[in-house]
Design a protein. Structure first.
Length: 232
């Protein structure tokens, strides 16, 4: 680094000498080139000013002589332009960086808010899922119980219908037995009437009355059974 500074100082002296000799026809392009090299080396304005002062001492340029000091000042002013532009660019970059940092800070805050909202949403979703799961288990149990009750109800209905059918069959058998007995009694009475009709008129009347009672009893039995069938 030291060698580079020495070389830059030598180049500065040479370029300044040529500039001062050229007078008003001097070109400032070499000064800009030296300023750019100073930027590459990382020099600041004060450090380049010291190089300029040593160059003036080396060239023994007296102040105000034939405007030499003024031209030297113009040369130095041109040389520090790249450094100033670098500072300006750095300031601009710093401003942009600050803006980016502000934007990043806002985005970070927004992301934090979004993250918190997302976490709350996840908690709510998990709560809803848990509630739905519990409800699902509850409804599944209710459905299972309902199916079991329906199965029990069908079985009970089948049993009731079977019992009713058995009762109807029983009543039907009893009715058949009772009617058969009654008809058998009527048949016996009629046979008796047939025999007595030839000899005993009075006894015939009694047998007819008894037979009528058997017929009425049979009719009552049929009506009773019919009512029981309707009520069953």
């Amino acid at each position: 680094m030291k060698r580079k500074l020495i070389r830059l100082s030598q180049q500065y002296v040479t370029a300044l000498r040529k500039h001062l000799k050229a007078g008003s026809r001097a070109c400032l392009q070499p000064a800009l080139g030296l300023g750019r090299r100073a930027v590459v080396l990382g020099l600041e304005t004060l450090e380049l000013a010291r190089i300029h002062e040593r160059a003036l001492v080396t060239l023994a340029a007296p102040g105000g002589k034939d405007g030499i000091a003024g031209r030297a000042e113009i040369f130095f002013t041109e040389a520090i332009i790249p450094i100033i532009e670098t500072h300006r660019a750095a300031r601009q970059s710093k401003i942009q960086l600050n803006r980016l940092n502000d934007t990043l800070g806002r985005r970070t805050a927004e992301l934090a808010v979004t993250h918190r909202q997302l976490k709350r949403g996840i908690v709510r979703r998990k709560s809803v899922e848990a509630a739905l799961k519990i409800s699902g288990i509850h409804y599944a149990k209710l459905l299972k119980d309902s199916l079991q009750l329906q199965g029990g109800l069908r079985q009970l209905t089948h049993q009731v219908l079977a019992a009713q059918e058995d009762e109807r069959k029983k009543i039907s058998r009893e009715l058949q037995d009772e009617i058969a007995q009654t008809l058998l009694g009527i048949n016996v009475r009629l046979l008796t009437l047939k025999k007595e009709a030839r000899t005993n008129t009075k006894g015939l009347k009694n047998e007819i009355a008894s037979t009528q009672r058997l017929v009425l009893k049979s009719a009552k039995s049929v009506r009773r059974v019919a009512r029981e069938f309707r009520n069953a």
